[in-house]
Design a protein around this ligand. Sequence first.
Ligand code: APR
Length: 231
Amino acid sequence: MNIVVLTGAGISAESGLKTFRDNGGLWEGHRMEDVATPEAFAANPELVQNFYNLRRQQLRSDEVKCNAAHIALAEFEAQHKGRFTLITQNVDDLHQRAGSNNLLAMHGELRKVRCLNCDAVMPYDEAITPQSQCTQCLQLDCLRPHIVWFGEMPLYMDVIERVLQSCELFVSIGTSSVVYPAAGFQQLAQHRGAHTVELNLAPSETASRFDEAIYGNASTLVPEYFSGLLD
Ligand code: APR
């Protein structure tokens, strides 16, 4: 069976990382439009860099660890005989730490940066400062977070469209389904004949479109649901 899983911030909520929309509309104390748009970066690069520097640093804290849901997906992928594609909207590295392989981080990755001068993308675990240097073109003060901001094109869209076309089971986990194009993946898969399932704490914006929905904490639901698929 060809399975596609889409994850959002809810899968990392029990790993010590705050979701985007569960905290009165503020993300770690900021309005999203003040830190997650190209306009915000142009207007106040220091604020935006500091914000992502803190998020990058937070990932390295001892409190942030992958949870049973990330692990269950990686273990399922290792045992599943058919195709398995994990699409994540998350920019944390918890799926990577759990050992997921066929992973598409469509909104970018906190632990990578992009050079505004030569476009190179490189792993980066430090704070970006004006003294930071691109390891490819060696220019100074030209790095930005490798994050897809509002108004920018998500990554891997061609691959994602292809896998959704042949998808037989689509599982959406821990996303409020308000941000497109990800919020539209369920319908694309369903039109192609896939069975679609929502695993979330509460009904998402598009909950009524799913064929099946189970509500609760990801760390409980995801291991249960995926071990059932292996039986
Ligand atoms: N288990 C399962 N689901 C949970 C849990 C949990 N423990 N805690 C919260 N949730 C659910 C919430 O009910 C909510 O529906 O996770 C969802 C999180 O929604 P958002 O905060 O909107 O996050 P997400 O859907 O990933 O946001 C999409 O928006 O800000 C942008 O680019 C950013 O990738 C992000 C995108």
